[in-house]
Write a protein that binds this ligand. Structure first.
Ligand code: NAD
Ligand code: ZN
Length: 347
């Protein structure tokens, strides 16, 4: 007899989401069924909820969305070895081909054929999700599940922040969204000298202050070079983490880097961004695109948390999954950090 579960579904092309009863997926050969405990809402889910042009191009309804989660193994498909029912897990959301040159050399973050959970196939905003066993990440059951729920986003922040050396360096983060704020915590934790974050939204800058930044700068109002001087930055930033997707923010970053500085680009823009080529060239800047996570970032995340990195200040809202509308309203308000949905109890 077919079993059914609750899932947050994009039912048809257009704004909104619906809580529906859908069949529990059956793990095929090499796949694992995960019972979801907690999920977190990502900016991508908000694009899908709002049905912006990106969502209209990429999402094929009806489908279950969501890709930030923690749960436990509920069932193993044929041929899965080394995993056990009941183990605490999360999952790498990028399902890669395992055959291309990048996959073969361990650089799965650059696989050309990546498919994303909750975007290209059914996601984790449900009582169960099914993923390939190779994407399952074992999680220490002692870690706080509310934090593990957003390890996917923490992974983006880790990948971006740890791309270049941080010890004793001065770091500029543009964009104090959840990922920028998490990155600020990582930079602080990893030994940066100064961590300065910019945004245009005071609520988000306030959250960033809770992560222990040296300055949270509203660039609509405050003068970044003046604050740099106050914080004893004499030559500019050593490392830049672009986490806003704004061309204006990138331009400001390029202008305020020191010669030889290094920039990681995570923020995705919805339109082409003009580049100040001449400044990049004459300053000898390095610009590195960042996509997804490296598999090794998953270990780094668990270990950073175990070593004392506290990301709980990023969590601003917790709801039961049946209250998902409130969760998306919080995300759309621009006042939220991470929003957690609880799937571990029935209402
Ligand atoms: P978010 O949209 O919640 O945060 C972006 C922040 O940038 C907002 O707080 C916004 O007010 C701020 N901002 C806008 N213009 C700015 C400016 N001129 N200067 C400073 N700040 C400005 O996004 P998020 O969920 O934190 O993600 C960060 C970015 O990373 C987004 O662009 C997202 O699309 C992107 N992303 C990329 C990947 C990847 O694999 N490359 C993965 C996840 C997210
Ligand atoms: Zn590949």
């Amino acid at each position: 007899m077919e079993a059914f579960m609750d899932a947050i579904v994009k039912p048809v092309a257009g704004p909104g989401l619906e809580l529906r009863r859908v069949p529990v997926p059956e793990p095929g050969p090499g796949e694992v069924l995960i019972k979801i405990h907690k999920t977190a809402i990502c900016g991508t889910d908000v694009h899908i909820y709002n049905w912006d042009p990106w969502a209209a191009e990429h999402i094929k309804p009806p489908m279950t969305i969501g890709h930030e989660y923690v749960g436990e193994i509920a069932k193993l498909g044929d041929g899965v070895k080394g995993l056990k029912i009941g183990q605490r897990v999360s999952g790498e959301g990028h399902i890669t081909c395992h055959q291309c040159r990048n996959c073969h050399t361990g650089n799965i973050q650059w696989c050309k054929y990546t498919k994303s959970v909750g975007v290209d196939r059914d996601g984790a905003f449900a009582e169960y999700v099914c993923i390939p066993a190779t994407n399952v990440i074992l999680i220490d059951p002692e870690l706080d599940e509310d934090v593990v729920a957003f390890f996917d986003a923490f992974g983006n922040a880790t990948h971006t922040a740890l791309m270049f050396d941080l010890v004793g360096e001065d770091v500029l983060i543009t964009g104090a969204g959840p990922i920028g704020i998490i990155a600020a915590g990582i930079c602080r934790f990893a030994g940066a000298r100064r961590v300065i974050i910019t945004d245009l939204n005071d609520d988000r800058l306030e959250l960033a202050r809770k992560m222990g930044v040296d300055a949270a700068v509203n660039t609509l109002r405050d003068d970044l070079p003046r604050i740099m001087k106050e914080k004893k930055l004499t030559e500019g930033f050593d490392v830049g983490l672009e986490m806003s997707g704004s061309g204006a923010a990138l331009q400001q970053m390029i202008q305020n880097m020191r010669n030889g500085g290094k920039i990681s680009l995570l923020g995705i823009s919805n339109k082409p961004v003009p580049m100040d080529m001449n400044t990049i060239i004459t300053k000898g800047l390095t610009l590195q695109g960042i996509y997804g996570r490296k598999m090794d970032n998953w270990h780094q995340m668990s270990y950073m948390v175990q070593a004392g990195l506290d990301l709980t200040p990023v969590i601003t809202h917790r709801f039961h999954y049946t209250e998902f509308e409130q969760g998306f309203a919080a995300m759309n308000s621009g006042k939220s950090g991470k929003v957690i949905l609880d799937w571990s109890t029935k209402k």
